[in-house]
Design a protein around this ligand. Sequence first.
Ligand SMILES: *Cc1c(COP(=O)(O)O)cnc(C)c1O
Length: 478
Amino acid sequence: MDIIDLSPEQFYELSERVLKIAADHLRGLPSRIIPAKGSGAEIEQIFRRTFPEQGSPEEALRGLQEAALYSRAQNGRFFGYVLGSGEPAAAVADLLCSVLNQNVTAWRSSPAAVTIEKEVVRWIAEVIGCEEFSGILTSGGSSANLMGLAMARETKLAANERGVRATDSHTVYASTEAHMSVSKAVSLLGIGRNNLRLIPVDESFRMLPQALEQTIQNDKKLGITPLAVVATAGTVNTGAIDPLAQIAEITEKHGAWLHVDGSYGALAAMTIPERFRGIARADSLALDPHKWLYQPLDCGCLLHRDHQAAHAAFAHSGDYVRSLHEDPIESHAYFEESIELSRRFRALKLWFSLQYHGMTAFRGSIQKDLRHAQRLGALITKTPELRLMAPIELSAVCFRYVGDLSSPFPEADRVNLDILRRINERGRVYLSNATLHSKFCLRVCIVNHRTTDSDIDEVVPEVLAAAKEVLANRARHS
Ligand SMILES: *Cc1c(COP(=O)(O)O)cnc(C)c1O
């Protein structure tokens, strides 16, 4: 007897029960307290069980319910990190992705999946003004940054055969606001973190092109070769967009590779293309549909202009000449342009979601996030106890509790940290933090299709209520 398979009827019934759990979760979201309930020990208690010898469907289904119950409730008032809100139509398609179980290694393994992935990557490239790019879906921006920089390294400092044995050093340039995944990639690729130059930023947290030019010139005088420049299109702290056209100019002049980290911001080029001028001059570009296209995790994307460079970096079969003798469509192999071999059919949810809602809806939602950030900025500006700490370029809003300005308190960092903890414990809104000018700031980031005006209007009162509690508590203990 086959003891693992389900009949199609059993599958259908089981799916209905799981869908009910999912729908109940969605129904409950708006009114829930956001942080996951329970302490670490309590949650361990709930989920720790011995590996069951006998299957128990009812017990297993209860487990799913508990998984939902003890998860963070990411409703319209969740503004932490850069976390997309998980659009439910895409989630439904993700179930089919698992049922189809296509392995998106190459066309010959998964013809529809490869074709759909190529198609949806083309849509994304077009809609942000990078028509000439092709690419691939990844697990996220970190892997897209790693792969983009792997292409840069192999193009400018070929090392796949012999390892990195440069006689002179090679350097990578990024701003002080670049994401940590950039320095991770630089170290993993054998370039060495000491060879990552962090270029200073202006008062709006954008890379200073003159400083980039100067640093490259100084390095060249020392016999150091500029390998790549990473420009950020939407820094994770404040959403600052580096001056892409100017950086492209400098990068081209010095023969370096230009990688744009657009993991947070690049998809906003759908609605505000003028702010991303120069983006199409990148050699490679990372972006994250699981952030600003609201896709369920995970769904990142790498775009690149030179398909051969992707092959040079990632093809290991060595005989891709054979594609000359085969049908160019049917010989497409993603494993020769990626660090992964087995890959899930990520494109299905994205392709479905984009068709289901249409471009106008996504543009409108991004527009709404941008407007919400401005609305919150105005509310903060009107509140004497709060101070905006950075210009609002996209949908990240950084601010601080400064209290009564006539008597500035010395431990402002500590107080703001306590306020952040208190806000998130209260659980009505959820914020994260950023350090700007060495100061601890509260940070709201809105990539959330569920957020309404009234959700935004809860932020300032929640911050003030948390501050009041924190300050009262400090007064009691001093
Ligand atoms: C989120 C982010 C990343 C990392 O992307 P993941 O999808 O989390 O791996 C890289 N760079 C920036 C600017 C980001 O906002």
